[in-house]
Structures are given as C-alpha cells and as structure tokens.
Design a protein around this ligand. Structure first.
Ligand SMILES: Nc1ncnc2c1ncn2[C@@H]1O[C@H](COP(=O)(O)OP(=O)(O)OP(=O)(O)O)[C@@H](O)[C@H]1O
Length: 259
C-alpha cells in the first residue's frame, strides 16, 4: 500500500492562514511531512503551535489554504470523507485527558467500543496489547490517580494508538514530566513510530526532546506571524539564517554577547 503513496508526502500544509475572527495567528504557512517522519512544530509561546495542530486534525477551520493527506485535501473533503480520513489520526493532548473514573483498560477500550464491532473479549485482548506496548502491561485495573504522571501520559498514548492510527499528533507530550520520564516518553515515541510505521507531528519546546527525536520541523515566528524556517532542528540551531531561530534552539547561548 505504501508504494503507491510514495509520490505524495503523507502530510502537506499549503498556504495555511489561521485566524480567530479578525485576529490572524499565522499566515501563509507551508510545509511537507514525508511518511515516517517525526515532525516538530516549534516557536515561542503563543505563536500558534497548538492552533496549527488543531487545524491539522480538523478541530479548527483554516481562514485560507489547505491541508492534504497523501495528496488529498482534508480541508475541502465533505464531512463523511473527513471522518474516514481522521480515523487515521491518533491524538494526545497536553493534559493526557484520561477519564479519572475509569481504569486504564476502560480508558483505552473507549475508542475500540465506539468505532469497532469487536467483541468484549477481543477488545480486552487489544487493550492489554496496547498497554503492553507502552510499558503498562499488568496495569489494566489501575485508576489514573493510582499511577505516576509519566505513566498517565503513556496510558494516554495507549488510548491514542487504540485504533492503529498511522499519523500521531502530540501536543506538548512531555509537559510536566521530570527529565527521565520525558526521555522515556521520547524513546517510546521513537519506538511507536518504528513499530506502527506512523508519521508523528509534535508540538514541543523541550529542546532535549526536539533534538532527540525530530527529523524535521517548522518554526512559527510570533512577530512576523508566519513560518520563517524549517528542517532538521540541529541544522537550524547551527545554520539558520534567522538569529531568533538559532537563539531559540540554543536557549540564547549561541548569541554573541557583544562588548
Ligand atoms: N479559541 C481561541 N479563540 C481566540 N484566540 C485564540 C483561541 N485559541 C488560541 N487563541 C490565540 O491564538 C494564539 C496562539 O495560541 P496557541 O495556543 O496556538 O499558541 P501556542 O504557540 O501553542 O502557545 P503555548 O506554547 O503557550 O502553548 C494566542 O494568541 C492565543 O491567545
């Protein structure tokens, strides 16, 4: 199946302008994400990273431009087709947003009960498999309040991959985690990309995480309100023509302090 799709990038964002009423958040953004890439959306606080991610999954409509998956317009697709296209998406928001009154197994089973005709025993089997994939085998009957923040993120990840998505979207996945848990989550994201063959889009400003996992990126500039750079973050840190991008990616340490 993949071979017939290789001509098109998995994701293309084309001339995208995002606005809330008359307030333009970012204009004329364009980038492509090849299948299997881990792509990071970067930029200063408030520049529009989460808003871009919400556009990509169809929660917000563009003011202008298009978002395409395998060359097919998502923005312009009729609702039925869009729903089919979004079945490919696995989404993990910053909060992790597990239902506190449900066990981990119940949380992960929700999308399976909602979107498949599988029998309860089959669902239970799949749920255990997904929990095992994120290192939570044996924690089926625990409640979110009984596990650590890092484990909750991983449980959220298990739920996001319940329907075997091939495109994963994460908004600040390591927010609130200690460096070690954050690192384990990065490793898990890399593993999932490899085992599921998924394409991953992440909003992040954690430099360690960005350098550890990203193949590619876009940098949204808060001042000019457009994408001013993109590519391998390490390359951007060392060679971006924009001082603001180099500073962002080196925490300002690359800047010549002057006399
Ligand atoms: N629903 C909304 N209605 C109006 N304005 C909004 C809405 N959501 C976000 N904004 C505004 O759009 C801009 C971009 O917000 P967004 O949350 O996308 O930024 P961000 O880069 O993800 O920020 P952070 O890194 O702080 O999470 C901000 O000025 C924000 O106040």
């Amino acid at each position: 199946m993949a071979s017939s799709e290789t001509a098109e990038p998995r994701i293309a964002v084309d001339g995208l302008t995002m606005a809330f009423g008359g307030f333009v958040v970012q204009r004329d953004i364009g980038f492509k994400v090849p299948a299997g890439d881990i792509f990071v959306i970067m930029g200063a606080s408030g520049c529009g990273k989460s808003t871009l991610l919400k556009h990509m999954i169809g929660l917000i409509e563009p003011a202008a431009g298009d978002i395409l998956y395998d060359g097919k317009s998502f923005t312009g697709a009729p609702p039925g087709e869009r729903a089919v296209m979004s079945r490919r998406f696995g989404v993990l928001f910053q909060s992790g947003a597990l239902w506190s009154s449900m066990t981990l197994a119940e949380n992960v089973s929700v999308p399976l009960s909602q979107y498949t005709d599988l029998k309860p025993a089959e669902i239970a089997e799949l749920v255990s498999l997904k929990l095992a994939l994120v290192g939570l085998g044996g924690f089926e009957d625990f409640y979110p309040s009984e596990i650590s923040g890092g484990m909750r993120k991983r449980a959220g990840l298990a739920r996001a991959i319940a329907l075997d998505p091939d495109i994963l979207f994460f908004d600040e996945p390591s927010a609130g985690l200690d460096p070690l848990s954050s690192r384990r989550l990065d490793d898990l994201i890399l593993e999932l990309r490899d085992s599921l063959g998924a394409t991953v889009v992440i909003v992040s400003h954690e430099l360690a995480s960005i350098f550890a996992i990203a193949d590619n990126s876009v940098f949204l500039d808060a001042e000019s309100r457009t994408a001013i750079d993109g590519g391998d973050p390490k390359e951007l840190r060392d060679h971006s023509p924009h001082a603001g991008v180099r500073d962002f990616l080196s925490r300002g340490e690359g800047r010549n302090p002057g006399p």
